[in-house]
Design a protein around this ligand. Structure first.
Ligand code: DGL
Length: 265
C-alpha cells in the first residue's frame, strides 16, 4: 500500500507520527510544501492549485492509492475538488475536532485555534452550524497568523511565540474555557507551551489518531493487510527544519529510518 500525505510544512508530520503508531505494511510519501508555506494566509485558489499539483506528483511518481490531506487549511480549500478529480483514491481530510470538544467540555466554553483561512472557510462554518443547532456551548475562535512560521523555524518556545500564544489564549482563560481545539496540524507542536500558559488543566483536542484509524479502517476494507513495517520518505519543496522532524518522531520506532529529500514540485 502506498499512501501520500501532504501539508504546507512540518505540521502534517504530527499526523504521520500518529499513523506510524498503528498503521503497518505500507510506504508513506510525505510532501512538506515549505516553498509555499504558510497556506493559512493564502487564497483558496492558491491552496487548491498546490493541492492538485502535489496529488498529481504523488500519483505519477509513487502510484499512491490513498491520500491524506494532513492540513485543516488545505482540506477546507480543496478536499471537495480533490475527491471529484481523483475519484479512485481513498482521500481523508483533516477538520478541527469540534465535535469531540463539545463532548468533552464541562464549562461550555471551547477555544478554537486555527489558521485565518480555516476559520474563514465555508467548510468550518458548515461544521459549526451543523453541530450548534441545539447546543449551549460557546466557541472562542482565534486565528493565529504567524504561528506556523514560528513552528517551521523551530521557535516553539521562544519569547515571541510565547507572547503570541499568551495574547490568543487570554480570552479563553477569562471565560474559563476547559477544552481547546488545535485546528491546525502544526499546533500540537506547541501543546506544551499552551498547557503552560493556561493556568489550569485543559483538554487539548487534536485529530492525528482519528485520521490514522480512518486510514487503517478504509484500507483494510480495500484488502490491505496491516502487518509489517512502514517506509517513510519526506519530500520538502524548500528547506525544512530537520531538528523539528527528529523531535516529532522522538518516540517513534521509525525515528532513525526516515529519508528526507529536497525536491521541487
Ligand atoms: N498545518 C496546516 C493546517 O492544519 C496549515 C498551516 C499553514 O500553512 O498555514 O491548517
Amino acid at each position: 500500500m502506498k499512501v501520500g500525505v501532504f501539508d504546507s510544512g512540518l505540521g502534517g508530520l504530527t499526523v504521520v507520527s500518529a499513523i506510524s503508531d498503528i498503521f503497518k505494511g505500507a510506504d508513506i510519501f510525505y510532501v512538506a510544501d515549505t516553498m509555499h508555506a504558510p497556506y493559512g494566509e493564502k487564497t483558496q485558489e492558491q491552496i487548491l492549485k498546490r493541492s492538485i499539483e502535489i496529488t498529481e506528483f504523488l500519483i505519477n511518481k509513487h502510484q499512491i492509492s490513498a491520500l491524506i490531506v494532513a492540513c485543516n487549511t488545505a482540506t477546507s480549500a480543496a478536499i471537495k475538488s480533490l475527491r471529484e478529480k481523483f475519484n479512485n483514491l481513498i482521500i481523508i481530510g483533516t477538520e478541527p475536532g469540534v465535535k469531540p470538544a463539545i463532548e468533552s467540555t464541562k464549562t461550555n466554553y471551547i477555544g478554537i485555534l486555527a489558521t485565518p483561512a480555516t476559520l474563514k472557510g465555508d467548510k468550518y462554518q458548515l461544521l459549526i452550524n451543523e453541530l450548534f443547532e441545539s447546543k449551549e456551548v460557546k466557541l472562542i475562535e482565534q486565528a493565529c497568523p504567524g504561528l506556523v512560521e514560528q513552528i517551521e523555524k523551530g521557535e516553539i518556545s521562544s519569547a515571541l511565540t510565547k507572547s503570541m500564544l499568551k495574547s490568543w489564549l487570554k480570552p479563553m482563560i477569562e471565560k474559563n474555557a476547559d477544552t481547546i481545539v488545535l485546528g491546525c496540524t502544526h499546533y500540537p507542536l506547541v501543546q506544551v507551551q499552551i498547557k503552560e500558559i493556561m493556568q489550569y488543566d485543559i483538554t487539548l483536542i487534536q485529530t492525528g489518531l482519528a485520521i490514522a484509524r480512518r486510514l487503517e479502517d478504509l484500507s483494510i476494507k480495500k484488502g490491505h493487510i496491516n502487518e509489517g513495517s512502514l517506509g517513510i520518505l519526506i519530500y520538502a519543496t524548500d528547506k525544512i527544519n530537520e531538528n523539528m522532524i527528529k523531535k516529532i518522531f522522538e518516540n517513534s520506532e521509525y525515528k532513525n529510518k526516515i529519508t528526507i529529500r529536497k525536491y521541487k514540485i
